[in-house]
Design a protein around this ligand. Structure first.
Ligand SMILES: [Zn+2]
Length: 217
């Protein structure tokens, strides 16, 4: 059984790396963000609570996040282990989590702030069909026009340099104490996330002596 925590700022490819690892090693990928989105889409009580909080521009409270994660982990469909993303968020949660779940390691994807800016500010969204584009990695054929529906592409409202700078600062403030706690237990793999996706994946596996990715079909 393998249990990992993955940490990384927006644009670091955290979701992609978690999925690559989870799919291949049969780990359950537990993403707090995805759990919240599912609840919002399905109009659950939790979804309504999340929606209200986000509408006021605040983060969902630690207690709510903790309750959601506890619930998700008691479902226990993770026979081979899990990789969790979006938790823990506070020093207290980190201590509790490490004691309760015997975590194998913490993957910390490192991306310089300038690169975060470059990647996130290159994101575009079709205003008509919602398809994602990225002016670095997946450009539309015609500038500012959706390949699929011809709709106009636009940046998300909160993907502007000022709002992003605030999010980057918040991220560092929130994660620094967590990384310090994890480092005391000496099992943090800090990986350079500027490298190509598969190289980052290989670096993670090498660090934890995991088997290399099985070749595709
Ligand atoms: Zn479109």
């Amino acid at each position: 059984m393998r249990k990992f925590v993955i940490m990384g700022i927006q644009g670091s490819g955290k979701g992609t790396q978690a999925k690559l690892l989870a799919d291949d090693l049969d780990l359950e990928h537990i993403s707090v963000g995805e759990i919240f989105r599912w609840n919002v889409q399905h109009h659950t009580k939790l979804g309504a609570q999340v929606r209200r909080t986000v509408a006021t521009g605040r983060l969902v409270g630690d207690d709510v996040v903790e309750a959601v994660v506890r619930q998700r982990l008691t479902d226990h469909d993770w026979n081979y282990g899990f990789i969790i993303d979006g938790f823990p968020r506070s020093a207290r949660q980190a201590e509790f989590f490490l004691e309760s779940y015997d975590i194998d390691g913490v993957i910390n994807l490192e991306l310089p702030d300038e690169e975060v800016q470059r990647r996130v500010l290159a994101r575009r969204l079709c205003t008509q069909c919602g398809l994602d584009y990225n002016l670095i990695a997946s450009r539309p054929q015609v500038p500012d026009v959706c390949d699929v529906c011809g709709g106009r592409l636009a940046a998300r409202e909160d993907d502007n340099p000022e709002a992003l700078a605030v999010r980057v600062a918040e991220y560092h403030e929130q994660t620094k104490p967590l990384i310090e706690i994890f480092q005391r237990k000496e099992f943090v793999a800090s990986v350079d996330a500027t490298a190509p996706v598969l190289e980052v994946q290989t670096a993670i596996r090498t660090h934890f002596e995991l088997p290399p990715r099985s070749p595709g079909p």
